[in-house]
Ligand binder design. Structure first.
Ligand code: KG4
Ligand code: ZN
Length: 332
């Protein structure tokens, strides 16, 4: 089963050729970070335009690297949502055109299902599965009692964790995207600043906007009093507060639900400290299988869409040529 997968939900134009859901024949990602970093964040209109410029080139390169022709492809997979409408639209249109021209089946995929199934590249997925989803647009605990059944146990009430990293990075005048910059700074930081703990109404929900505001207020206060900000210590305090929350809620979900396999998913899964903390859970939960996606498939890529598509295909998921991009797509 050879799948040509397309991902264009945000600021990465990506195409991958995946065999049997696990073997990556090619995985081409054209990142727009250099362009968006000038503005300190993704400009949707610019992102759509760059996807239009890049999509054919990226597709051709993915086929060439996989040493594959379209004739050898069995199905076309594409991210249908969630994401930026204009960005999603470009990938979806490319996928529908390919499906129409070749007569191959079209498999619409939920972007976060892709992040979750990226873990299939390193480990056999087992159920019941708990996924801690941490990306620029999502922060949620997703429970899969069985294959391709998604239940959201809790999610963020305001900012996603990656979004909070990016906003705090801006306050600290760090480059975009802020996650990797804060991750690097926090490594040498020390416990010096105190940040408040944010409360949520539902026990498994998250909230990060209060924390982000607390960082902003602290910076304003120190600046007003002409005290210099220790950036590494503030990055450390912010990161420890955020990751502490992620860990606390994950452990709570592990106590409340029957879980065989815990996986990390989304761009923030690249965070070095979070990777250590999740791995350390194995001491506390010796019977729990724990998987962390390799760095190459943490942030947005199309290989993960291909991995999810292989599972979706077996579950009969197909799209016809009428489907449209859906920025608020729900799991199905
Ligand atoms: O999954 P992703 O590539 O795009 C979305 O689906 O949103 O996630 C991007 C997010 C950005 O907010 C970025 O700052 C964050 O992932 N990120 C990190 C790290 N690398 C990327 N956050 C913390 N630490 C990192 N090392
Ligand atoms: Zn993503």
């Amino acid at each position: 089963m050879r799948i040509c997968a397309i991902e264009s939900s945000c600021d990465e134009t990506a195409v991958a050729i995946i065999e049997d859901g696990k073997t990556v024949l090619s995985n081409v990602v054209s990142s727009q970070i250099n362009v968006h970093s000038k503005f300190g964040g993704v400009i949707p209109e610019v992102a759509s335009r760059l996807h239009i410029e890049n999509i054919s080139v990226v597709l051709e390169e993915a086929l060439r690297k996989a040493n594959s022709t379209m004739d050898q492809i069995d199905a076309i997979a594409v991210t249908q949502g969630p994401g930026l409408i204009g960005s999603l639209h470009v990938g979806l249109l490319a996928a529908k055109t390919l499906a129409w021209a070749t007569g191959k089946p079209l498999i619409p995929i939920h972007h976060i299902a892709g992040h979750i199934y990226a873990n299939a590249f390193v480990d056999a997925i087992e159920y019941p599965l708990l996924a801690l989803v941490v990306s620029g647009g999502h922060t949620e605990l997703v429970y899969l009692k069985e294959e391709w059944s998604f239940e959201i146990l809790g999610s963020t009430q305001d900012d996603a964790v990656g979004e909070a990293y990016d906003k705090v990075a801006r306050v600290l005048h760090l480059s975009y995207p802020g996650g990797p910059a804060i991750d690097k700074l926090a490594k040498t930081g020390q416990a010096h600043y105190q940040l408040p703990r944010v409360k949520t109404e539902e026990p498994l929900n998250f909230s990060f906007s209060g924390l982000k505001s607390a960082v902003l207020q602290l910076v304003q206060r120190e600046t007003k009093q002409e005290r210099e900000i220790n950036q590494t210590d503030l990055a450390y305090a912010f990161q420890e507060a955020v990751l502490g929350e992620l860990l606390r809620k994950t452990k709570l979900a592990l106590e409340m639900y029957d879980v065989r396999h815990l996986v990390l998913a989304g761009g923030v899964a690249a965070n070095s400290r979070l990777r250590i903390l999740i791995n350390e859970l194995s001491t506390e939960y010796p019977n729990l299988k724990i998987t962390i996606p390799p760095l190459w498939c943490c942030t947005d890529n199309a290989a993960m869409i291909g991995a999810a598509a292989e599972v979706a295909y077996r579950h009969g998921i197909r799209g016809n040529l009428d489907i449209s991009a859906n920025p608020g797509l729900e799991y199905k």
